[in-house]
Write a new protein. Structure first.
Length: 244
């Protein structure tokens, strides 16, 4: 007999409340720690820019810029630390009510999702950033009129963090497709049949999510296409109709 059959509704809410409070407590502690980690995070996030622009500087346009940047990075660090803990709490709460087959599907998803997100963010940091920043700095410095290149610190950090998020989410594609295949929603043969349309959709997504230059679009589009092909390899060969 599963745990859910022995617990009352009140006990469920009590357990849920306890797990939410623990998650909130972890976030608060991570936020406090993030306040001290924020200067190091700012240095890490700006390193790719200054690698291609050694004599460059970032512009602070307001007295509160330093405070807002530090606080936003502290929140980012807090979320980064808390989300895996929150996912574990969700898993621990719903696991007793799941069948063995459901557990075998969901557990790998909870483990693989953060890993794929980190891989995507790392790809953006080490591959995309040098190309994009080098392209923009060279373009601005070669302007036909006298100009001073002084990017705003807040805008730069928002752009950098945004691109890390975009690539982290984009790299969830294999997980989503394989999960849909395992639960019987998406067949492998249909995914192969729709390949040409998926490639067009990926090109559109890359054009919308990245800066308006071909390099950035290629750097995002090609990995997404490769991830789609990898997803097909991990799908079951039988389609939906074969199981009926």
């Amino acid at each position: 007999m599963r745990k859910t059959a022995r617990m009352t509704m009140t006990q469920h809410f009590t357990e849920l409340r306890r797990r939410i409070l623990w998650t909130f407590a972890v976030f608060v502690l991570a936020l406090v720690a993030g306040w001290y980690v924020a200067p190091w995070l700012q240095w890490v996030l700006t390193a790719p820019l200054f690698d291609v622009w050694p004599d460059g500087e970032l512009l602070y346009t307001g007295l509160t810029d330093g405070l807002m940047i530090r606080f936003s990075l502290a929140v980012l660090f807090g979320l980064f630390v808390t989300i895996p803990f929150a996912l574990w709490q969700v898993w621990a709460f719903v696991r007793p009510g799941l069948h063995k087959k459901e557990q075998r599907i969901i557990w790998p998803v909870l483990v693989a999702s953060p890993i794929l997100f980190l891989i995507g963010a790392a790809f953006a940091f080490y591959v995309l950033f040098p190309f994009v920043f080098g392209f923009f700095i060279e373009l601005n410095e070669s302007a036909p009129v006298p100009s001073v290149v002084l990017p705003e610190a807040t805008n730069y950090l928002a752009f950098a963090v945004g691109m890390l998020k975009i690539f982290g989410v984009a790299f969830q594609l294999p997980l989503v497709l394989v999960l849909l295949n395992r639960i019987g929603v998406l067949s492998r043969s249909w995914a192969i049949k729709m390949r040409r349309y998926v490639i067009v959709l990926i090109a559109v997504i890359a054009a919308v999510l990245t800066p308006p230059d071909v390099v950035s679009q290629i750097v995002l589009g090609v990995p997404m296409w490769l991830l789609f092909e990898i997803s097909i390899l991990f799908m079951r060969k039988d389609n939906i109709n074969e199981n009926r």
